[in-house]
Design a protein around this ligand. Structure first.
Ligand SMILES: [Zn+2]
Length: 112
């Protein structure tokens, strides 16, 4: 399952950065083009971390819309459909500027 392997990556990153502290909250930023269902990710987080150092921690998902910049007219378009086309002039000469994010943006830690 896609979400489960993402959770393993996030847990690995959190573990690497939390040395000696317990993790209360992990924030991640995930682009729309990653096709991740945030609710499923949060569910997997709870299941995966049961009985581990990360048990009881909260996963917060920030969803980033896909966006493109048009090379032809310079317009910025948020994509509602998976079509890489300028929303202003309909050109397909565009640069993908967001939507592929997968980042752990912060950890809230307490003394263990
Ligand atoms: Zn354009």
């Amino acid at each position: 399952m896609h979400e489960l392997s993402l959770c393993r990556s996030i847990a690995g990153i959190a573990g690497d950065h939390s040395a000696g502290h317990s993790v209360e909250r992990v924030r991640v930023r995930i682009g729309a083009l990653r096709q991740v269902v945030p609710e499923t990710l949060v569910y997997c987080w709870g299941v995966l971390n049961e009985g581990t150092d990360l048990a009881g921690s909260t996963l917060e998902v920030e969803h980033v819309p896909a966006a493109i910049d048009c090379t032809a007219c310079g317009a910025h378009t948020l994509l509602m459909l998976p079509a890489l086309r300028c929303g202003t002039c309909n050109s397909s000469d565009v640069v993908l500027v967001s939507g592929e994010e997968f980042l752990v943006t912060s950890l809230d830690l307490t003394e263990a």
